[in-house]
Design a protein around this ligand. Structure first.
Ligand SMILES: Cc1ncc(C[n+]2csc(CCOP(=O)(O)OP(=O)(O)O)c2C)c(N)n1
Ligand code: SF4
Ligand SMILES: [Mg+2]
Length: 200
């Protein structure tokens, strides 16, 4: 454990660390060895997760986490495929991938590291930022209601969409385990603190 913690380049106290710890623990509890799984991500703070969860891992092209994960699963359906994504990317920039993944229902687990802002680009409002929050792009306050990703996922046909909170480690890990064992597309939206940019 020490070795992967030493490699981490997130800000001190970033709660992303708890999330990848829970993912690693979920894999180990379920006996899914590193050669039987692939973790996929792309750029942003949460995108670094794939570098910290033993092999096999892929940090893919801009916004193409899901197409890459889909290709991996179709090439070898025996692999456990887990992808991590941020709230800004998943629910904002690449929203169409989200909707179609729910509808397609391939056996892939999506972990959304929801820090309610675009953290890598230093704290702009995202689709899940609370209405009253001050951010770089909402200097007075955010004027739009955050949307509910679980509701949208279910409406789009996702049969497993759950929330978790990184402060409740054991519960978060159990929900991730459930999501991995669910046969079909599963989403876990994990609420997390971002000490550097989230001030609410
Ligand atoms: C189409 C497009 N617009 C803007 C960017 C710049 N960009 C890279 S990462 C990022 C923030 C991502 O935020 P989020 O998905 O919430 O991840 P976090 O850094 O908070 O973990 C943005 C805006 C981009 N990569 N692609
Ligand atoms: S900016 Fe926020 S999410 Fe990104 S590493 Fe720092 S604390 Fe973590
Ligand atoms: Mg974010």
């Amino acid at each position: 454990m020490r070795s992967w913690l030493n490699n981490i380049q997130w800000c001190v106290w970033c709660w992303d660390t708890l999330i990848i710890w829970a993912i690693k623990k979920a894999f180990s509890d379920l006996g899914i060895e590193s050669h039987n799984r692939v973790v996929v991500s792309w750029v942003w703070c949460s995108g670094k997760a794939s570098q910290y969860i033993d092999w096999y891992a892929a940090e893919t092209l801009h916004g193409r986490t899901l197409p890459f994960a889909t290709w991996v699963k179709m090439a070898n359906p025996n692999l456990t495929v887990l992808a991590t994504w941020g709230d800004g990317d998943w629910y904002g920039i690449w929203m169409w991938h989200f909707i179609h993944a729910c509808k397609r229902d391939l056996d892939i687990t999506y972990i959304v590291m929801d820090n309610e802002n675009y953290a890598l680009t230093t704290g702009q409002a995202s689709p899940t930022t609370p209405i009253w929050a001050k951010t770089k792009t909402t200097p007075e306050w955010n004027i739009s209601e955050p949307f509910d990703p679980i509701w949208i996922a279910e409406k789009a046909g996702c049969r497993f969409a759950k929330r978790a909170d990184s402060i409740k480690f054991a519960e978060m890990k159990d929900i991730i385990k459930e999501a991995i064992t669910h046969k079909g597309f599963s989403i876990v939206n994990i609420h997390q603190a971002c000490p550097s940019f989230k001030r609410w």
